[in-house]
Design a protein around this ligand. Structure first.
Ligand code: GCU
Length: 344
């Protein structure tokens, strides 16, 4: 009931915002002929993704400013990832940034990113994701659902954090851990022995605070940008996933662009990724400092191999259950190997 009320409030909020926007552009005194391009995302205005999207806006408006004005809505203002994807599908808004976990219901291939310990290094992760030629098919895999991915954003490495210290996989036993709303994320956390509790990002703080869940899993920025460090004081570096975020665009909108305009949107997307990535490492270091010094969060170095061993069968189980991920999985393994050889 409480959940329903919250969804109701969110929908109303999104409705009001969208309503007031169309009111303004539709009958306001400063009537503009420009097409407003709306982008929703879940992060704060200091987060690398927001800074990347500001570059996206700048590039579009520099090159196509007579036709388009880009408006960015941060902080899940238009709803959590799933709601915002729906709005993008219907064309109520044009773009959304969402983690691949949210795309699993639209294209099976995205399940691969929820596999624990899929990438064996950050270099391999970046190399796979920066290969735009290879990723093209993956990006277009949601065309049937009415949207397409334009680019990816780094969302770091995910680890568990909770109200109590997690030193070994056994410490996860029975802990209620929030995961992203995807079947593969649920499977992943349950395989670690936790009790997976899927919910939207924006609900996590209150859920930990009220004891509905014991903890969650994410990159370090969640502790500071989303204030989770106020309610969960132990962050354990078990590093189980690198899950990218995707910039997703409404397909009709994208297909309605001229070739030249489409190219500019694609260029803007790539530039926004470069910009986002530049901030990542520094922001993580700063988040760690603030969490430790100001919020009293303890960062725990764990025996990562013990966590890997605990979920050793999960990759094969997921491959058996979902053949759609095999090709991308094999490709990622090749890049993992190649990078490992180069590093030797
Ligand atoms: C990260 C990620 C988001 C995702 C969130 C989550 O912040 O960048 O896209 O929504 O984790 O766990 O839901």
């Amino acid at each position: 009931m409480k959940g329903l009320k919250r969804i109701g409030a969110l929908t109303l909020c999104a409705g009001l915002i969208l309503g007031s926007i169309s009111g303004l552009t539709g009958c306001g005194s400063i009537k503009s002929d420009k097409r407003i391009v709306r982008i929703s995302h879940a992060q704060s205005e200091t987060h690398p993704e927001h800074l990347g999207l500001l570059k996206f806006k700048e590039y579009i408006e520099e090159n196509l400013g007579d036709k388009y004005e880009v408006q960015i809505y941060p902080n899940e203002l238009l709803g959590g990832a799933q709601k915002a994807i729906e709005l993008t599908q219907t064309g109520a808004i044009d773009f959304v940034v969402a983690g691949t976990a949210n795309l699993e219901n639209f294209a099976d291939v995205y399940e691969v990113f929820s596999m624990p310990y899929l990438f064996t290094s950050e270099e391999a992760y970046h190399e796979v994701m920066n290969d735009t030629e290879y990723m093209k098919d993956v990006y277009e895999s949601t065309d049937a659902a009415g949207f397409r991915v334009l680019t990816w954003y780094n969302a770091g490495t995910r680890s568990f954090y909770a109200k109590k210290a997690i030193n070994t996989p056994d410490d996860l036993k029975g802990l209620k851990i929030r995961v992203q709303q995807s079947p593969a994320s649920v499977k992943m956390a349950n395989a670690f022995g936790a009790a997976a509790s899927p919910m939207s990002f924006g609900e996590v703080y209150t859920a930990i605070q009220q004891g509905v869940i014991d903890g969650a899993e994410n990159n370090e920025l969640a502790l500071t940008n989303n204030k989770h460090g106020e309610v969960a004081k132990y962050y354990s570096y078990n590093m189980h996933q690198m899950v990218p975020d995707m910039l997703i665009g409404n397909l009709k909108f994208l297909q309605g662009l001229s070739d030249e305009e489409y190219q500019i949107f694609e260029e803007a997307a790539l530039i926004s990724t470069e910009e986002e990535m530049q901030y990542w490492d520094d922001q993580v270091a700063e988040a760690k400092r603030i969490a430790e010094e100001d919020m009293g969060v303890e960062f725990i170095e764990v025996d990562v191999q013990a966590f890997k061993d605990k979920v050793a069968d999960v990759q094969q189980e997921m491959l058996d259950a979902n053949p759609a991920i095999q090709d991308l999985y094999d490709h990622i393994q090749e890049v993992n190997e190649k990078v490992a050889q180069e590093d030797k």
